[in-house]
Design a protein around this ligand. Structure first.
Ligand SMILES: *Cc1c(COP(=O)(O)O)cnc(C)c1O
Length: 385
């Protein structure tokens, strides 16, 4: 199998797994306990917290541990809005469902949510952002990089606009962390979401960076862990693994990004030159190094995924989370794609363990599969396949 769905999830790094194992068998204490078992578990959490902070140049006490990217996003949005007198939130049409669904809930609770449009590359309208901020605006939440097409937003410019207007700024950086260097202080970010399983860590663990001095309502109430912000006994093994994944991501960031970019560019250039009626989507000049996204005219993306899977290639039409609900991609719709363009879309996202021979094999398989599907396509005559 060739795994090209690293934006959906990644393989756990060998060293990450090693870091986690002791917390299942020997060091299984509750971090809140006073005895040695408890102290060791608590120490493991603080080591991990430091490593997570270092990846984005934050302070250790600015890292809130959560159950993953989804919870980090929910904590940021509900935590700020529900305690705020100002009632407006500004976001974009191309956010992950882990932002859009909390926004829908906030609208039900009476908050005003403004969704910024994007252009055909998936870049948000900065002028519209400036015009949308009012006295009522409490929070702006714009993703760092998009999970479907990889487009990177001008995050520093957005952060500066928020600062000028005294508005808090949150970013879902789940697809950017570990791929692009991020310094929360230099950029001027107030809150930032991270997920472990997108950076070769375990699933079900993540973090929300909360700049010192930012006030949020707690999301889960109970025993008061995480400074009262998120109660519940900490998932020590996952936290330790996440910490190690951050440490490795920081150490190898340039090397990993170059590796991914090299694979991605090789794959993309061969596909573009060897398959007809194909376009590359997203902002090619400004996208995450692991992402490539295509439209193959006259082909149904779902059929393509199934065929590719039969031949041993794991790819995706877009967001793993919305595939099950069979919705047309809200990201591509916001980018102004036609129904036919959306139908023919395919996302391939490379990772640490992919190789150049795998890219070549993928292109050979893809050529065959696209040709097969086009030979029975209702658009056959239209495009003259
Ligand atoms: C994966 C992802 C999420 C959700 O993170 P989980 O840890 O799976 O809950 C949110 N936003 C983006 C952009 C993602 O890619």
């Amino acid at each position: 199998m060739i795994y090209l769905d690293n934006a959906a999830s990644t393989q756990v790094h060998e060293d990450v797994l090693k870091e986690m194992l002791p917390y299942f068998k020997e060091q299984y204490g509750n971090p809140s306990s006073i005895h040695r078992y408890g102290r060791l578990a608590s120490k493991a959490i603080e080591t991990a917290r430091k490593r997570i902070a270092e990846l984005i140049n934050a302070n250790q006490n600015e890292i809130l541990l959560t159950s993953g990217g989804t919870e980090s996003n929910n904590t940021a949005l509900f935590g700020v809005m529900r305690q705020n007198k100002a009632s407006q939130l500004i976001t974009s049409h191309i956010e992950h469902d882990a932002i859009l669904e909390p926004c829908k809930q906030l609208e039900k609770e009476g908050f005003n949510v403004v969704y910024l449009p994007v252009d055909s590359y998936g870049m948000i309208d900065i002028e519209k952002l400036k015009r949308s901020i009012t006295k009522e605006t409490a929070l702006v939440s714009i993703m760092f990089a998009n999970n479907e097409v990889g487009t990177i937003q001008p995050i520093k410019e957005i952060a500066q606009i928020c600062k000028q207007h005294n508005v808090l700024f949150h970013t879902d950086a789940i697809q950017a962390v570990g791929k692009i260097p991020i310094d929360v202080n230099e950029i001027g970010i107030d809150m930032l979401s991270i997920s472990s399983h997108k950076i070769n860590g375990p699933k079900g663990i993540g973090a929300l960076y909360i700049k010192n001095g930012t006030n949020l309502d707690p999301f889960i109430l109970g025993g008061g862990q995480e400074n009262g912000m998120r109660s519940g006994t900490e998932n020590v093994a996952n936290i330790a693994g996440f910490g190690k994944a951050c440490c490795l991501a920081k150490e190898n960031l340039d090397k990993n990004a170059a590796h991914m970019k090299n694979l991605r560019d090789h794959l993309t250039s061969r596909i573009v030159s060897e398959i007809s009626h194909v376009s590359v989507n997203g902002n090619v000049e400004n996208k995450t190094p692991n992402n490539t996204h295509f439209t193959f005219l006259g082909v149904n993306g779902e059929d393509l995924i199934i065929k590719l899977d039969e031949y041993g290639v794991a790819a995706s039409t877009g967001s793993a989370c919305s595939v099950k609900t069979q919705k047309a991609s809200h990201v591509l719709m916001a980018m102004g794609f036609s129904h036919e363009q959306i139908t023919g879309s395919l996302r391939m996202t490379v990772g640490l363990y992919n190789t150049i021979p795998e890219m070549d094999q993928t292109v050979d398989i893809l050529k065959k599969v696209v040709q097969e599907l086009r030979s029975v396509s209702p658009f056959k005559a239209k495009y003259g396949f």
